[in-house]
Design a protein around this ligand. Structure first.
Ligand code: 4NP
Length: 159
């Protein structure tokens, strides 16, 4: 069976999307279905390319037993749009940028927003925590835990 390939995308790929990647990896590991998936993350910009996740984001994630391991990289067009099955942005600006970067209609069909998969949170974006305080990082993780579970339900219904 082909693996389901998921790319999470935010602006800098040092806070939200590496956390989404790690939350999803943790969830599929708990369910012992990690061999069915390939999970990655990337940034709209390459400003932080080569850097590990933001220290504050790492610390908050670790408090939930989630380890952030990814190294920042920018989205590659057209390669990422061809390779991944799901390309998931964190906010409206990410979605607009992904629409712009997508090379064709088939790629645009792969796009969705993380909060579309939430069932308990009513936010319509994952807010950028970079310039805020501790509560912003906690909110990111709360939304991502909800959305990753919803995404997994969506995929299992559709595959
Ligand atoms: P992220 O957060 O998109 O969740 O990784 C940000 C990280 C860095 C910057 C903005 C947002 N920045 O402006 O450097």
């Amino acid at each position: 069976m082909d693996k389901t390939k998921i790319l999470f995308v935010c602006l800098g790929n040092i806070c939200r999307s590496p956390s989404a990647e790690a939350v999803m990896n943790s969830l599929i590991k708990t369910k012992a279905i990690e061999d069915q998936f390939e999970i990655d993350s990337a940034g709209i910009t390459g400003y932080h390319a080569g850097e590990p996740a933001d220290q504050r984001m790492q610390r908050h994630a670790l408090q939930r037993n989630i380890t952030l391991t990814s190294i920042s990289r920018p989205v590659k067009s057209p390669d990422d749009f061809e390779y991944f099955d799901y390309i998931i942005g964190m906010d409206e600006q990410n979605m607009a940028d992904l629409e712009y970067l997508a090379p064709d209609e088939n790629s645009r069909k792969k796009l969705s927003k993380m909060t579309d998969y939430c069932s308990t949170h009513s936010h319509n974006s994952v807010p950028d925590p970079y310039y805020g305080g501790a509560s912003g990082f906690e909110l990111v993780l709360d939304i991502l835990e909800d959305a990753c579970q919803g995404l997994l339900n969506h995929i299992s219904k559709n595959e």
